[in-house]
Ligand binder design. Structure first.
Ligand SMILES: Cc1cc2nc3c(=O)[nH]c(=O)nc-3n(C[C@H](O)[C@H](O)[C@H](O)COP(=O)(O)O)c2cc1C
Length: 276
């Protein structure tokens, strides 16, 4: 199995060591090849917001950087780790610029069956929320998410602090490895099901064949399937799926009607305050 960690610190200190420790643990559990990618070693452009990737295809992006090389590393991995220091109560800028480059993949998720986790390293406070943010990112990209961990690196670190970090990483490594070797897909929760039905209905009702998201969903057969991947739903979830389809179809039909009539979108209705 191959695991790749993407590190969002420009120096090889605590975040890097934590990723390395996780990888070594995984190797002690089974046959694992790993790569630790320092994002700072790659050229990653800052998104200009043209949305060409979302609407018409990621190959049209005007930025020429290492995005595809980095995504290629995810595609060839069974497990992926995003590791970032806590900077101003969020991920580092480097990590955020990288996440923005993956933006189109939230529209067209593809990493089903791969395991994802995250590591946040901080001086004092704020990391738990970043873990939750990363969990959300992982889920949005289609991964099997193992809840990440947060480590404190305030120096000087005592032996006890070091031990605590090692224990936390070890526990995360065990959970990550167990998820990675599991063969079946996870059964989606009701919330997951709702998100899928909402996304596919909005794409089906609001977009058309000219848009890349529509083409992707069509090619994947997602306009007809119960979920992104094969699952056997019981009666309750099957019924819930139909209800979600009905509710979202009605909602998005109205939006399409507005588009057809060329009524203004809500954003253009917001006017700047006029001077008295
Ligand atoms: C610009 C900057 C902002 C930071 N903001 C926070 C913060 O909001 N909360 C916190 O607990 N630590 C904060 N830290 C501390 C880092 O998270 C901590 O030093 C971490 O170990 C850095 O990771 P590294 O050793 O891999 O570079 C900040 C550090 C820097 C350089």
């Amino acid at each position: 199995m191959k695991v790749t960690a993407f590190v969002g610190s420009a120096r090889r200190r605590h975040t890097w060591s934590a990723a390395e420790r996780l990888m070594k643990n995984l190797q002690s559990f089974g046959e694992v090849d790993y790569e630790i990618v320092a994002l700072s070693d790659y050229t990653i452009g800052t998104c200009r917001g043209c949305k060409l990737c979302l609407d018409d295809g990621e190959e049209l992006c005007p930025l020429k950087d290492d995005r595809d090389k980095l995504i290629g590393k995810i595609r060839t991995s069974d497990g992926v780790v995003f590791a970032s220091p806590n900077y101003s109560f969020n991920v580092s800028g480097l990590m955020k610029v990288f996440l923005d480059r993956l933006g189109f993949l939230f529209h067209r998720p593809e990493f089903f069956g791969k395991t994802f986790t995250n590591i946040v390293v901080q001086g004092v406070y704020g990391g738990a929320r970043i873990n939750r943010y990363f969990d959300f990112i992982g889920k949005g990209l289609g991964f099997e998410v193992v809840h990440g961990c947060c480590l404190n690196s305030m120096e000087p670190m005592t032996d006890k602090d070091q031990e605590k970090c090692s224990r936390t990483i070890y526990k995360l490594s065990r959970r990550f490895y167990s998820s990675m070797i599991r063969k079946e897909y996870r059964v989606p929760t009701l919330f997951d099901l709702m998100v899928f039905r909402m996304a596919r209905t909005s794409i089906f009702r609001v977009l058309d064949e000219s848009r890349r998201d529509y083409q992707y969903y069509h090619r994947k057969g997602w306009f007809r399937t119960d979920y992104y991947y094969p699952v056997r739903f019981g009666f309750f979830k099957k019924g819930a799926g139909w209800v979600f389809d009905y509710i979202f179809s009605r909602g998005f039909a109205k939006k399409r009607e507005r588009r057809r009539k060329k009524e203004p979108e809500w954003s253009s209705l917001i006017t700047s305050p006029q001077p008295p």
